[in-house]
Design a protein around this ligand. Structure first.
Ligand code: CU
Length: 108
């Protein structure tokens, strides 16, 4: 039984491993109208998957003029966007429905 489970786990690792490496990305929560974390470092020159989870009771819109993304996030819901490859620098994002809620991607 244990050997079977280990075998299954190894199999999952083998088929899913590379996907995790490419696909894990970054998770940002929206909580009490703050991005958590509000500053996120990403590698420059690489396409990055960003998951935004809205933990508030209000609808948000994850938006960035700097990296040209805009997506509504329902209360309790999540969205994913792919960003980049970006040059080194700081890129602002915000909640378009609560514009005081802001954060930055730092590509380095
Ligand atoms: Cu918008």
């Amino acid at each position: 039984m244990a050997r079977l489970a280990l075998g299954a786990a190894l199999f999952v690792l083998l088929i899913a491993g590379p996907v995790w490496a490419d696909d894990a990305g970054i998770v940002i929560a929206i909580k009490d109208h703050q991005f958590v974390p509000s500053t996120v470092e990403i590698p420059a020159g690489t396409k990055v998957k960003i998951t935004v989870r809205n933990q508030d009771q209000t609808t948000s819109e994850f938006e960035s003029v700097d990296f040209h993304r805009e997506k509504v996030v329902q209360p309790g819901g999540e969205i994913t966007v792919f960003v980049g490859p970006l040059d080194r620098g700081s890129y602002e994002f915000f909640d378009d429905f609560h514009p005081a809620t802001r954060g930055h991607l730092i590509a380095k």
